[in-house]
Write a protein that binds this ligand. Structure first.
Ligand SMILES: Cc1cc2nc3c(=O)[nH]c(=O)nc-3n(C[C@H](O)[C@H](O)[C@H](O)COP(=O)(O)OP(=O)(O)OC[C@H]3O[C@@H](n4cnc5c(N)ncnc54)[C@H](O)[C@@H]3O)c2cc1C
Ligand SMILES: Cc1cc2nc3c(=O)[nH]c(=O)nc-3n(C[C@H](O)[C@H](O)[C@H](O)COP(=O)(O)O)c2cc1C
Length: 759
């Protein structure tokens, strides 16, 4: 049984009767029960209700626990740990955590630990040794040294948390010193007790996502050193035994296969335990076949206390507990509360199913006529008018005039169509337009009730199964454009203007991407135009501050432009001093502002700024875009110069129509009018490469249809950024101290980095 914290110890970490009952109920079945992590030092708790082995007074309770397990026939092994920088002050009397170096963990509200002195490191090793002594006295058959789950041993080994430059840190060899010292002390204590049979295992997390962080090859180095000292087993710590690298997900090789490929002769001698997601016997068989010598089971034992016996007998093992089983399963309440995702309320589920069945048999009838009800969209009430015959929904009209123009259009077309086609309210919302989709469904639902129908029954009415298409469409075309945002639509139209045939693939139900969500502002320096507008308070002073920027603050490649800007500003200041009042702008000002705005210090302490050739292209050619868009009929408001949200200067060209819909709608119309073929709901997935050259692309429609498109002139990837992909933001971030897992975004949910990272 894998170690699992049950958060049910006394306030000081002493063993409670509840813990004994829980472990006793699961003993005698698995070969060994690895008891949850026990803290070796008073301020090393990682969570409330943690078990402790930090004082001799704990031995009596631990004795009872060990004998309850052994008496049933399982080996009793105790996991020992210290949370290091993960020791939250809240559970440790407000004490600031300690660790190898003062580097906070990358997680919400992580405290920065104090760097351990050499004396503290010595005491910590001694605390582990004392814990081993107490485990022996208490009658345990062994200990598992917790070198995983980001606790203190991992912290000393990790280049992220260990930045020391003494014998405990620096290169990988020195970072191994602390885990090795703990193992050697554990062995010494066992030898002092003349306990050759005392089991000593080591649990490790194979990799860390942090940069720098532990890579699998580093782990194999550590295991080699530990194995050379001698120990009884290694224990992977991971959520699934079939896991591959989390650092390099493209590397699909299973970690256990990598382990065998990279293992040293020393490591080869030590049995290795696999873990994670072993729910049935077949999983255990598969794990053993992959190369683990043993397996451990965690969650399985929570809901199936005789998991091993059932698996050996080839019986099905439960994966969920019923809400009424807590007492019978002897699960303490703190654990029961955190395993809520494994608990089902069978009685309530049965009643629900029965109710759905009943509702599915209800005859639906309406008072014929037209009824108006409301759903709630992005901008408040959304009127929905529904016409009924005595047994059918005949028509649905959604008044979307108040909704965000452009963004939710597919919801207003498709949801009513699907409701009418299926005569059901059991409809999936449309990705990218979930609020509007739900608003339409809710509006129709209320109209159904107004017409004397039964909306609850209609929400349960079975849908026709969608037929999954196996069709493969192969086509040759001059250009394929991936993505129907501003960039994709412009690229498609430019190719069409040049006489090329074009297919544009858009993965969402409607084109628009982030472009349709924009405020509509496009920054482009147009000095002649803005000169007709007066400067406003503060603008001249701001320019003076820019002109006074010391040249030493400007990167070399930007210096020539900066000097040109200073000359321009000197002339401008002469004008303002002579009483002229107008708004100044120039390509050079735009360029220098872009440079200064982007200049910052990254998390590695380096000064970074925008790449000159890109900034130069952006700022010097922005006006070409305005001219081109104007030529394409975009109706810019020339009567005012705006400053875009988040921008540094009044130079935005803004269409009269609010938001980005003006660009998307007009460009889309022209692409279609000029014979471009826009395929929505089609996600581009793979480039077709021949002899190192991209010659096409493969895509899949949401109904399963495959597209294999070959191109004469090429593929344009305009699939946008990755603002809606938090994992990628965290991976590439080198500026913000932290990006929370639940960070919100105004980006379209489509923007997850397709075309940037393979998935
Ligand atoms: C709320 C908000 C407001 C903004 N306001 C402004 C502003 O006022 N002024 C300004 O200059 N900038 C603004 N921006 C930034 C601006 O939106 C972007 O820089 C710009 O829209 C990027 O255009 P794009 O065509 O590259 O990408 P997008 O417009 O995002 O288009 C990318 C398209 O590719 C599609 N796609 C992705 N993957 C695939 C795939 N595998 N297969 C097929 N299709 C795919 C997506 O569905 C999407 O339609 C704003 C951004 C946001 C989020
Ligand atoms: C409630 C709970 C508590 C856990 N506590 C610990 C622990 O104290 N020490 C540890 O190394 N792993 C701990 N784990 C991880 C498990 O040992 C195991 O690796 C993980 O649950 C995956 O195996 P499973 O899918 O069989 O549950 C815990 C897991 C759970 C579900």
């Amino acid at each position: 049984m894998a170690p699992m914290t049950i958060q049910s110890a006394f306030f000081d970490g002493g063993v409670t009767q509840e813990m004994i009952d829980y472990y006793a109920a699961r003993s005698g079945d698995a070969g060994a029960v690895i008891v949850e992590s026990a803290f070796v030092e008073n301020y090393g708790r990682a969570f409330p209700g943690a078990l402790g082995i930090n004082t001799d007074s704990k031995i009596a309770g631990l004795k009872k626990l060990a004998s309850a397990i052994k008496e049933k026939g399982s080996k009793a092994i105790l996991q020992i740990y210290h949370a290091g920088r993960m020791a939250n002050g809240e559970y440790n009397g407000g004490h600031q955590p300690i660790s190898a170096s003062p580097v906070a963990a990358l997680r919400d509200n992580a405290e920065t630990p104090l760097e351990m002195t050499k004396e503290q490191i010595g005491f910590m090793i001694e605390a582990f040794a004392n814990a081993v002594h107490r485990a022996i006295v208490a009658g345990f058959d062994g200990v598992e040294i917790h070198g995983a789950n980001t606790y203190i041993l991992q912290q000393f080994f990790s280049p992220h948390s260990n930045r020391r430059n003494d014998k405990w840190g620096g290169d990988i060899e020195k970072r191994t010193t602390f885990p090795l010292a703990v193992l050697n002390e554990a062995k010494r204590v066992a030898a002092d007790h003349q306990r050759d049979d005392f089991i000593i295992g080591y649990r490790f997390s194979p990799e860390e996502i942090e940069e720098p962080g532990i890579r699998f090859e580093d782990t194999m180095y550590l295991l080699d050193k530990l194995a050379a000292s001698g120990l009884d087993y290694f224990h992977f710590s991971m959520g699934n035994y079939t896991r591959n690298s989390i650092v390099n997900p493209e590397d699909k090789e299973l970690l256990i296969r990598k382990y065998h490929a990279l293992k040293s002769d020393n490591v080869a001698k030590i049995p290795v335990i696999g873990v994670g997601g072993i729910a049935q016997r077949s999983d255990a068989d598969q794990a053993l076949a992959q190369g683990y010598d043993m397996v451990s089971v965690g969650k399985g034992f929570l809901v199936e206390p005789t998991w091993a016996t059932k698996a050996i007998n080839g019986e099905e093992c439960a994966e969920f507990a019923d809400i009424e089983q807590q007492h019978q399963l002897k699960i303490p309440t703190p654990l029961w509360e955190i395993m809520d995702y494994m608990i089902v309320d069978s009685k309530a589920e049965a009643l629900k199913h029965q109710r759905i069945k009943e509702l599915q048999n209800v005859e639906i009838s309406f008072e014929p006529g037209e009824y108006t009800a409301y759903g709630y969209g992005h901008n408040g009430k959304l009127p929905v008018t529904v016409t009924f015959s005595d047994d059918k929904i005949l028509d649905i009209i959604v008044d979307s005039s108040k909704e965000s123009d452009g963004i939710a259009n597919p919801a207003f077309e498709r949801i009513p169509q699907q409701i009418m086609e299926g005569q059901t309210l059991n409809i999936d919302v449309i990705s990218g337009a979930t609020v509007s989709s739900q608003a339409v469904i809710d509006g129709v639902s209320d109209a159904v009730d107004l017409a004397g129908g039964n909306s609850e029954a209609l929400r349960c009415k079975a849908r026709e199964a969608v037929e999954w298409s196996k069709e493969v469409i192969e086509k040759a075309v001059d250009v394929v454009v991936v993505g129907g945002g501003g960039a994709g639509l412009s690229a498609a139209l430019t190719a069409l203007d040049n006489g090329k045939s074009v297919i544009l693939l858009e993965k969402f139900p409607a084109v628009g991407g982030n472009t349709v969500r924009t405020g509509g502002w496009v920054n482009a320096a147009e000095p002649k135009w803005v000169k007709d507008f007066p400067a406003i308070a503060g603008e001249v002073d701001y320019l003076k501050a820019i002109a006074d920027t010391p040249e030493s603050d400007i990167a070399e490649e930007y210096l020539a432009d900066f000097r040109t800007l200073k000359d321009q500003l000197a002339n401008y200041f002469l004008d303002t001093e002579s009483g002229k009042n107008y708004l100044f702008d120039s390509v050079e000002l735009h360029l220098i502002q872009t440079y200064l705005g982007g200049k910052r210090t990254n998390l590695d302490g380096e000064s970074i700024h925008g790449q000159y050739d890109l900034v130069q292209t952006l700022t010097s050619r922005a006006m070409e875009s305005i001219d081109w868009l104007t030529e394409k009929g975009i109706d810019f408001n020339r009567g005012m110069v705006d400053i875009a949200v988040g921008a540094l200067w009044r130079r935005a060209h803004k269409p009269n129509r609010p938001k980005g819909v003006e660009f998307v709608e007009k460009l889309q119309k022209q692409v279609i009018a000029q014979g471009g073929h826009i395929i929505t709901d089609a996600r581009a997935e793979e480039l077709i490469v021949d002899d190192g050259k991209v010659v096409g692309i493969k895509a899949t429609h949401s109904d399963g249809t495959k597209y294999v498109l070959t191109t004469n002139c090429g593929v344009v990837l305009a699939s946008g950024g990755f603002g809606a992909n938090t994992k990628m933001l965290q991976k590439y971030n080198n500026y913000w101290n932290e990006i929370a897992d639940d960070i919100k975004t105004t980006n379209s949910p489509a923007l997850i980095g397709d075309g940037i990272e393979k998935r």
